[in-house]
Design a protein around this ligand. Sequence first.
Ligand code: GUE
Length: 285
Amino acid sequence: MPAQLLDGVKIAARLTETVKKEVETFQAKHGVRPGLTVIIVGEDPASKVYVNRKHKACAELGIASEVVRLPADIAEAQLLQEIDRLNGDPKVNGILVQLPVPKHINAEKVLEQISPKKDVDGFHPVNVGNLTVGKEWLVPCTPYGIVKMLEISGISIEGKQAVVLGRSNIVGKPMAMLLLSRNATVTVCHSKTQDLASVTRQGDIFVAAVGKPEFVTKDMVKPGAAVIDVGINRVGDKLVGDVKFDEVKEVAGYITPVPGGVGPLTIAMLLHNTVKAAQLQLGDR
Ligand SMILES: Nc1nc(=O)c2c([nH]1)NC[C@@H]1CN(c3ccc(C(=O)N[C@@H](CCC(=O)O)C(=O)O)cc3)C=[N+]21
């Protein structure tokens, strides 16, 4: 029997409904709307698409959103200065610097410049540390969205074997932390893992976040597993995930499509984090 499809658009809409109520409560209490500023450096066309999506999603919810567009050749020091300005602006509750940034800019330094209370990506070392000690404060949007999707879909995590393929700071590592704190037995595997398929086949929950188009084949998947595809790879004019969807759906129990899976959840959790950041700054939490 083919896998049940996990519909990210539908689940994101549900999550967004909740955020909308949080925005209304916040506004009633404080008389202002939560505000998000996205900084985009240079002209990457894919980045533009994401940034427009975020902007639109904010508008629908009553979150004030601004986009700061900076030239690709901006000096690092100037970008850091711009972040400082936003750190000090009380109307700005969330700051997101769209990644990747041009090569002459040190991304790590940029992320560390953002005030941890405004770090809606959850990438600042303070927030990484919080997550690691079990304080879920501002949690990276993609893995957080995946946990919400599992919960809403009735896929239990506790006691399960969870396999995370990929160890990025953005997805793999925080994903592992979230699953671990929900009492899964977590394995993180990657490009240097020996006999990879025998490892990934252990996963009742299998999160693929390697950034290689259709890398995960059916022999790598445990029958009945929940397969979560984080990949967004442009192949020609097509968007494909890290999972070979057509064959893996025949063995998996649940599977997310690309597009329409994890991507929309990422946006929903960004909105959630923006409200949460605003609440933190105004002492609601
Ligand atoms: N600081 C930072 N934070 C990010 O969260 C961040 C980033 N930089 N840089 C780029 C990636 C990518 N990302 C996506 C978000 C939503 C979709 C999304 O909604 N995708 C739709 C459709 C995508 C399409 O049609 O192009 C889907 O999967 O159904 C995709 C990708 C956030 N990122």
